[in-house]
Design a protein around this ligand. Sequence first.
Ligand SMILES: Nc1ncnc2c1ncn2[C@@H]1O[C@H](COP(=O)(O)OP(=O)(O)O)[C@@H](O)[C@H]1O
Ligand SMILES: [Mg+2]
Length: 240
Amino acid sequence: MAALLSVEEITLRFGGIVALDGVSFEVEAGHIAGLIGPNGAGKTTAFNVITRLYAPDQGRLEFDGRSLLETPAHRIAEHGIARTFQNVNLFTSMSVLENVLVGGHRLGRGTGEKEARAMLEYVGLGVRAGDLAASLPYGLQKRVEIARALAAKPRLLLLDEPAGGLNHEGVEELGDFILRLRDDHELTVLLVEHHMGLVMRISDHVNVLGSGRKIAGGTPADVRANPDVIEAYLGSEAGP
Ligand SMILES: Nc1ncnc2c1ncn2[C@@H]1O[C@H](COP(=O)(O)OP(=O)(O)O)[C@@H](O)[C@H]1O
Ligand SMILES: [Mg+2]
C-alpha cells in the first residue's frame, strides 16, 4: 500500500538549532502512527512542517502522492489535513459550539451548526455546546479541538499530545476514542504523545525522534525493545 503521507529527508533549522535533521518517515493510509521522542526531539516541529506553518530548509513532503510544499498553511485543510495543538489553541471567549463552527470555517471547510452540534455529540460534548470554551477542564478543551479538527473532514488527523490533562482512566478512554475515530471517520492518525502505554497500545507503527533525528521506526514492540530508543529516553521523565 502506498503511503498517504511521506516525509522525506526534512531538515529545518532555527538559527543554530537543527530542529529536524534529515528526518524521513511514511504514514500508511488507515494507520495510527505514533511519533515519539523526548522533549525537544522535534515532534511538534514536524507537525508544523506537515501543516506548512514552517517551511523546511531541505527535503520533500508528499500527501497522497503530491507535494505539499507549494500549499500555503491556510489551504492545508482543503487538502485533507487537520490537527490539534500541544498547547490548546481555542478561542477562549467563544462557546464550545462557536469554536467548532469558526474553527471548521477557518480551516477552509464551512461547517453548519447542525453538523457542528453532531460533531460535539460524537466527541461526548453535546451538553457543553453553549459553555464558554475556557470554562472547560483542560482535557475537555483538547476534546473540543478534536471536534474542531473533525469539522474540517480531514483524511489525516495530527494529534499533538492529546492526553495532556487526563488521568489514568481518561487516557485509557482516549485510546479507545482515537481507535473509534479512525474507524468511524476513515482517518489516518499521526499521534504525538508521551503516554507510552497509550502510544504502544493503539499505534500500528511508531517512529522515534531524538534531537531532531529519526532514531527508530517499526512496530510498537520493535521500538520498545530498540536500545537506541531506550538510550534516547535515559534521563528524561517519560520512558518508552
Ligand atoms: N519557533 C521556534 N523557534 C526557535 N526554536 C524552536 C521553535 N520551535 C521549536 N524550536 C526548537 O526546536 C527543537 C524541537 O522543538 P519541538 O519540535 O517543540 O520538540 P518536541 O515537540 O519534540 O518537544 C527544540 O530545541 C525547540 O526549542
Ligand atoms: Mg511538542
